[in-house]
Design a protein around this ligand. Structure first.
Ligand SMILES: *Cc1c(COP(=O)(O)O)cnc(C)c1O
Length: 385
């Protein structure tokens, strides 16, 4: 079956007791040692089933079954946040003395975790400027490679196929943060990536009302990540959030189609506006990531960055004049959002690192929502004027 059908139906059956179509929110921290077959209590651990919601919960389990199908994975898990996903993967799969490689740039929180916390566990962190640099120069000691398919805020595309090739050379595990593209647009596991992760706070949840993370991949790696994430670090998602995330995932394809179509129209408008000195959007044929995404992705995502002629003051003025776009960080919500990366999401970076990464003072990042494109364009037009 196709993605839209699976996103609605996979991993889900009417409740055997009540017939309810939607998943029940099982708001219970612990579960009795009870055998449904025998209809009586059964001594600890003598029958399979749920034990304690930090390890597994029925609401979360249904969501995980759906996500495994959508990612084409043997196993998927949901966690308390995207950062819980990143940190659990790295703590679970790396030992003191190991080397982790990443393709620059990463989400700010991930970068900070690698450079400030992971190094304290005796793990070496090595940065590569691009997928090509990784492929040509990967260190033989690399245990794991981490990258984002489409990244913040310059929407740089890293080709998962090149990362797979590089990782194979040295026997490293490849981990892809596919938050910006989602499994509707691209399934990294099908390209040979070992683990895919998401900040489900963004498009997967899609409504800006939860914080959540997802990891999916083969059973052997997932078992390690699951143990560390849930038993050791202790970062399960709550059943209420799992319910909301499941509800969001059911409309992922519909929402992504709206995000894509709006982004395309907004990018065209911005490209022809004299006050905009640069539009960064991989859907433009001139974009360096356009060719790769055309080959491997169903679309170019819903994020657009732009540079304004006139620098910081002009950006601040533009952002303050927006009425329909909300000035906020995060992305992938129904509402269109705008932010100034240099002073918000990337404020922790040094001036030099920001320059190297192209996070200029006149750069604005837009998360294009699902409103009517005409209204979004009208808002941008009045703010630019
Ligand atoms: C937001 C984000 C994260 C972190 O996720 P949280 O849900 O905020 O913890 C990780 N990677 C990317 C690409 C993100 O955009």
């Amino acid at each position: 079956m196709k993605f839209k059908t699976l996103s609605v139906h996979a991993g889900q059956q009417p409740d055997p007791h009540t017939g309810a179509l939607t998943t029940a929110v099982v708001q219970s921290s612990t579960f009795s040692y009870f055998s449904a077959e025998e209809g009586r209590a059964r001594f600890a651990g003598q029958n399979p089933g749920f034990i304690y919601s930090r390890f597994a919960n029925p609401t979360t389990a249904e969501l995980e079954a759906k996500l495994a199908v959508l990612e084409g994975a043997q196993s998927a898990m949901v966690l308390a946040s995207g950062m819980a996903a990143v940190s659990s993967i790295l703590y679970a799969l790396l030992d003191s003395g190991d080397e982790v490689a990443f393709v620059d740039p990463l989400y700010g929180g991930t970068d900070a975790f690698l450079q400030q916390t992971l190094v304290r566990a005796g793990i070496k962190v090595r940065r590569y400027s691009s997928d090509e640099a990784l492929l040509n120069n990967i260190s033989a000691n690399t245990k794991l490679v981490l990258f984002e398919t489409l990244t913040n805020p310059n929407l740089k595309v890293t080709d998962p196929r090149k990362v797979v090739q590089a990782a194979k050379k040295v026997g490293a595990i490849s981990v892809c943060d596919n938050t910006f593209l989602t499994p509707y647009l691209l399934q990294p596991l099908a390209l040979g990536i070992d683990l895919v992760m998401h900040s489900a706070t963004k498009y997967l949840g899609g409504h800006g009302d939860i914080i959540a993370g997802v990891v999916a991949g083969g059973e052997a790696l997932m078992a390690k990540v699951r143990t560390v994430a849930l038993k050791h670090i202790g970062s399960p998602i709550g059943p209420q959030e799992a319910y909301l995330l499941q509800r969001g995932v059911k409309t992922l394809a519909l929402r992504m189609q709206a995000h894509l179509s709006n982004a395309e129209q907004v990018a065209m408008f911005l490209s022809s506006h004299p006050a905009v000195s640069k539009v960064i959007y991989p859907g433009l044929a001139s974009d360096p990531g356009h060719a790769v995404l055309t080959q491997i992705s169903r679309g170019f995502g819903g994020m657009i960055s732009l540079e304004l002629a006139g620098g910081f003051e002009r950006c601040a003025d533009f952002l303050d004049k927006l009425q329909l776009f909300t000035q906020a960080v995060s992305l992938g919500d129904l509402e269109s959002l705008a932010c100034h990366p240099a002073s918000t999401t990337h404020a922790a970076m040094s001036e030099q690192a920001r320059q190297d990464a192209g996070v200029n003072d006149n750069l604005v990042r837009l998360s294009i929502g699902v409103e009517d494109a005409d209204d979004l364009i009208a808002d941008l037009a009045q703010a630019l004027a």
